[in-house]
Design a protein around this ligand. Structure first.
Ligand SMILES: [Zn+2]
Length: 200
């Protein structure tokens, strides 16, 4: 989700300041982790550099820890703000699009074929049932009493509605949460028509 409180200050270092602070901090952490990894490579290749470089690695590790906490706090703030604007959110963590057997979450096309799907972990059976109600039952809660801590929500789409599922995946993957409004937006999502060519 884009940052709606745009900073009037342009980025001197080429950062995309329309992104949320948590996303920017995550990017910074990834860069620092790469630098720390490169330092380890140098130490391994040239052991004489070890003492100085290890001090620098230690400093970077402290920075990474501070950034981790700052990112976590920023995430919590951003979710709280969005909850106020878009309604209650629940944990919904998927690894993106996969495939599974199931009916389409929009048109309920039920022919028994493999479809594009999202399999997302939810926190509890109760929360899973709430999320299922947001889909008006057009999804499946995979709850197995033998594995009560591994509960997944399975959402499938037919060929015609793959873009709606992609949209839902995009909306829910940033914070690993879902809202009733996300489901409604995904159902009503219309793909931008880029196919039109202006004739001269
Ligand atoms: Zn469909």
């Amino acid at each position: 989700m884009k940052n709606t409180n745009l900073s009037p200050t342009p980025s001197i270092y080429g950062l995309d300041l329309t992104k949320q602070p948590s996303e920017l901090m995550e990017g910074l952490r990834n860069k620092l982790m790469c630098v720390r990894g490169e330092m380890s490579d140098i130490i391994n290749a040239f052991p004489v550099t070890e003492i100085d470089m290890k001090h620098l690695c230690g400093l970077l590790s402290c920075g990474l820890e501070v950034l981790y906490r700052a990112k976590k706090e920023a995430l919590e703030r951003e979710i709280k703000k969005d909850d106020k604007e878009r309604g209650k959110s629940l944990y919904f963590s998927s690894r993106g699009l996969g495939s599974d057997w199931g009916t389409c979450f929009i048109c309920e096309e039920s022919e028994k074929i493999l479809r594009t799907n999202i399999a997302a972990f939810v926190k509890s059976k109760e929360e899973g049932e709430t999320i299922l109600s947001w889909f008006n039952g057009k999804a499946r809660l995979d709850f197995r009493p033998s594995e009560p801590n591994w509960i997944q929500m399975k959402v499938c789409a037919c060929e015609k509605h793959i873009h709606n599922l992609e949209y839902l995946s995009e909306q829910t993957s940033r914070y690993h949460i879902i809202r009733k409004k996300d489901v409604e937006d995904a159902v009503n999502y219309k793909e931008p028509d880029n196919a039109k060519v202006t004739e001269i």
